[in-house]
Design a protein around this ligand. Sequence first.
Ligand code: URP
Ligand code: ZN
Ligand code: ZN
Length: 505
Amino acid sequence: MTTPGDRLDRGGYDLCIRNGRIVTGGRIVEGDLAVHDGRIAAIGEVPQSCAREIDAAGRWVLPGGIDSHCHVEQRSGMGMMCADDFYSATVSAAFGGTTTIIPFAAQHRGASVPEVLADYAARAASKAVIDYGFHLILANPDEATLRHDLPQAIRDGITSLKVYMTYDRMKLDDAQLLDVLALAGQEGALVMVHAENHDMIKWLAQRLLDRGHAAPKFHGVAHDPLAESEAAYRAIALARLVDVPILIVHVAGGDTVEVIRNAQTLGAKVLAESCPQYLFLTAQDMDRAGLEGAKYCCSPPPRDADAQEAIWRGLIDGTVQTYSSDHAPYRFDETGKLPKGEATTFKDMANGVPGIELRMPLLFSEGFLKGRIDIHQFVALTATNHARLYGLAPRKGEISLGADADIALWNPDREVRISAGMLHDNAGYTPYEGRTLRGWPEVVLSRGRVVIEDGQLHAERGSGAYLRRAAPEITQRDPQGAVAGRPHGRVLKALIGLDAAKGAA
Ligand code: URP
Ligand code: ZN
Ligand code: ZN
């Protein structure tokens, strides 16, 4: 498929992709794409010869995906270490057409933000094979963190943070959420919220366990859709109070989509993300013999066919802007899903499902090729919107002149029967076992380097680059200091006024 050549002898570009169907700037261009020094140097007709040629006839030439929600080498809120390190996770991502990931640097109570960030940076630098940034998970918004460490982290390019409304070890109360939102508003960071009502889940779970209902399927009962939609509504209300943008992650339920859509209609700066597990799994998947259903348990859990339809609608009409994996790989053994062996209850097991490699193939096959979304929506949901929301545009997430040559060549005719054995993560199983997908990313480039070709990895450990991110578009300030063209909310403005008056007195 490729013909190596010699750029010095022939002149021209480092690499040309010929005869492809290139998706660029909302258009489809049938032709060539040239890469030079890791960037896209020409699109359309490329008469020059290139050091290397790739024939893309019959292939879609798309931006490499950006997965802005994945857990890598991270200890969960429940204290379990996930199964992938920065090598296996980035290799797996690349095989699935993803060329940038934004996982989490997770603070646990007791650790300082600078320590956490330095730790994740060191571990990723020696292992990642594709580019990466970090969101910060904030579990301890104390005075020192809010005054100093968090603003510093944001200025250093960690321009988004995730907060939890549930999990004993992670949850923030409403006052803490307001503190974080107000600070994020001042500093131009985007707050991502895991929205589930902690007390509802705890109350239901205890009553289920008291009655002996411990099987994985009861995870879905304890995490009732109302726990999700109530928390989403509350998070949005808190964000509106201080007029700060917010992004609700891993939206699972139809009511939650409705809550978000209503808030957006009122003009609130609310963004949303959903994930493959909410399009392609349901609560029935958790209802399997023995503990097998644990492989399908994540939070919020997959729901029903109506909820799946609501998520599709949200993705199609723009209520939900990003489609991420929420890859949270835990093995089906005592390190993850079965910490108490056969006696494990739904409350003991690690939450989360693997999906970093299949995120894009699932949507390409079931969304694009089956006509639910068009190719531009596919690109926006898997790449461009992530870049814009998380401060990576225009360098990442699009095929345009000067952008990083992060590109995937998709063969729309290739059929693949999914099995855990063909994947490159360390979970050891896939919730999509046995499904047949159409379309596959056969060649993947990261900054112009061919990292996947002919089913092989061609990238060295540590060859991925850290991405210091700009402020997300939605949080950018105008010269008067207003966020995204709007003044701070009346509450913050009043408080700022009081502070100023105090300073003047
Ligand atoms: O169940 C999930 N989603 N696990 C990962 C942790 C999180 O809350 O995103
Ligand atoms: Zn979460
Ligand atoms: Zn997650």
